[in-house]
Design a protein around this ligand. Structure first.
Ligand code: ATP
Length: 217
């Protein structure tokens, strides 16, 4: 059912960290996927706080996946520009490759938020979903989703569109991008929370550090 398929992992990746990377690696391995494609958003519709430029987030994501032959990065949302709606990305993929059957990976917090996304009903016709626990959110919280008819639990659930949602328990890694940004603002270490190459990139480009009143950083 999933063997050899491609999964998209959409996100702000502001910045990418080991929580994202480890979840993608475990999903890839457990489901026998051919590849995982990370798709950094251009302007995420629901998040604007401390947002690094799309080109920086794209570059950090590229650096983070380097060396993993199963991981790729797509610049399609950054190239498209404007607000990034997942439904548009999947429609674009379907047009480019009508026989493609992508999976979409997301954390349980993101799946529960889907009623606030753009055209969620259409999105649920376009792909199957792999939902992972994202501390402090447990996979059991899927039962709160209005889209799932069956009680949420780890395992396969059906959507009324005919597509499915697979809940997968990964090693819980309580790292969040917002905490990393908070640490940077407060001059605290971010070492071991994300790949060294990404840490160096953030520091040399002075990302996530508030501008001084003079405009200098
Ligand atoms: P922020 O902390 O700024 O809210 P975020 O990490 O939630 O950022 P995204 O970069 O958009 O935001 O997350 C991309 C996807 O990765 C989402 O589906 C989110 O649920 C999931 N995710 C984020 N952090 C983790 C984690 N530590 N473990 C598993 N999944 C995660």
């Amino acid at each position: 059912m999933t063997e050899g398929r491609t999964a998209l992992f959409g996100g702000t990746f502001n910045p990418i960290h080991y929580g994202h990377l480890r979840a993608a690696e475990e999903v890839r391995e457990v489901l026998g996927l051919r590849r995982v494609v990370f798709v950094p958003s251009c302007f995420p519709p629901l998040k604007s706080e401390d947002l690094a430029e799309a080109a920086h987030r794209l570059e950090m994501t590229r650096m983070a996946v380097e060396g993993n032959p199963f991981f790729e990065v797509s610049d399609m949302e950054c190239r498209r520009g404007g607000r990034s709606y997942t439904v548009d990305t999947l429609e674009e993929l379907k047009r480019a490759s009508p026989s493609s059957e992508p999976l979409f990976i997301l954390g349980v917090d993101a799946f529960l938020d889907m009623p606030n996304w753009h055209r969620p009903e259409r999105l649920m016709e376009l792909c199957d979903f792999v939902v992972v626990n994202r501390p402090p959110h447990r996979i059991e919280e899927l039962s709160r989703s209005p889209y799932l008819r069956e009680a949420g639990r780890s395992g396969l659930m059906h959507l009324s569109s005919g597509r499915w949602v697979l809940g997968l328990n990964c090693t819980p890694i309580a790292i969040s991008a917002s905490d990393i940004r908070w640490r940077l603002r407060n001059n605290l270490s971010i070492r071991y929370l994300l790949p060294e190459s990404v840490e160096s990139y953030i520091i040399s480009n002075r990302l996530y550090i508030p501008k001084t009143p003079t405009g200098d950083r």
